[in-house]
Design a protein around this ligand. Structure first.
Ligand SMILES: [Fe+2]
Length: 312
């Protein structure tokens, strides 16, 4: 066999081996779920809060239909649960074929709401409730008012939240305690472009938009903002929020030691904010790796994650 052909063969074998390794590791990791703890100092006042933050569910199914996972959550005695969006899974590239999966998300939401009620009555502690911030998948679904089927799915999803007493953080602010607020921002057009969509990409969030929804927040208290895409977290902190909770980048899919995360689900290489706790102007930005997978369904050294955020 000529040398040229044997080099190609070796190269192909290496690629195939790498693919098999990534596939096997990913299959194992995707079935697990870790709880990551973040401790955040409340620099403005003495209020404490324990938040369970769950993002990017993407209609995921775990074995035992979530009971084990939810029990692990309530064993941590959270003061509130915050969902960071992308619970439904809207297939961007097949949107014309109406490929939106949401049934598992409804089941998870119903179960966690049911457990929260049982748990609250059992130990009689001051549980502040469950809050839902929109991700791009819910907002894409909401935007498709032209399609009766998709309008129906959206309405079904919202009804599930409302019927389970879940507060929707749709450009709204809720008072969590005397000195703490929780807000959610829903922006879609121009904020979720992928690698191939260059037109009308928003570089920053206009303060006029933030003023429209959040000009009444008291900047003397501790203000938490849920915005699904972390790329705009610096604008939100500059505006006056003290803590930003995000997701969207799924931990960068593959996390190499020393190199870091390589790709976001919307095909951005080496996303700046992929997972963990980032400090910007002495304020925290927590980016969850999320629980589910979408489009490129790979996770290596990047287990599905629930965040426990202790504000002290
Ligand atoms: Fe997302």
């Amino acid at each position: 066999m000529p040398i040229f052909n044997s080099k190609i063969l070796i190269f192909l074998i290496l690629i195939l081996t790498l693919y098999i390794i990534i596939y096997v590791i990913s299959k194992i990791e995707c079935k697990q779920c870790k709880i990551s703890t973040f401790n955040i100092k409340n620099l403005k006042n003495a209020d404490k809060l324990k938040i369970i933050y769950i993002s990017d569910f993407h209609n995921k199914m775990f074995k035992n239909t979530y009971d084990d996972l939810i029990l692990r959550v309530f064993e941590l005695n959270p003061d509130c649960i915050v969902f960071g969006g992308d619970f439904v899974d809207f297939s961007t590239f097949q949107s014309k074929t109406k490929s939106v999966k949401y049934e598992n998300s409804l089941l998870f939401i119903e179960k966690i709401a049911k457990y929260s009620k049982e748990y609250k009555s059992k130990i009689n502690y001051n549980f502040k409730g469950i809050f839902f911030g929109f991700g791009n998948h819910e907002l894409r679904l909401k935007s498709r008012v032209d399609d009766e089927y998709l309008v129906n799915v959206y309405n079904k999803f919202i009804s599930c939240l409302v019927n389970n007493d879940i507060q929707i953080l749709d450009n709204k602010t809720f008072s969590i305690s005397q000195n703490m607020t929780l807000s959610g921002l829903s922006l879609f057009e121009g904020y979720y472009k992928n690698l191939f969509e260059k037109s009308n990409v928003r570089k920053s969030i206009d303060y006029a938009i933030l003023d429209k929804y959040f000009n009444s927040i008291n900047k003397k208290v501790f203000n938490i903002m849920v915005f699904h895409k972390p790329d705009y977290c610096e604008d939100l902190i500059d505006y006056g929020f003290d803590l930003v909770l995000s997701g969207h980048n799924h931990g960068g899919l593959i996390n190499f030691p020393f190199i870091g995360s390589i790709l976001s689900p919307d095909l951005k290489l080496f996303p700046k904010y992929n997972h963990g706790n980032y400090l910007y102007k002495n304020k925290n930005v927590i980016v969850s790796s999320g629980i589910g997978e979408h489009f490129i369904k790979i996770r290596v050294n990047n287990k599905p994650e629930i965040c426990l955020i202790n504000i002290y």
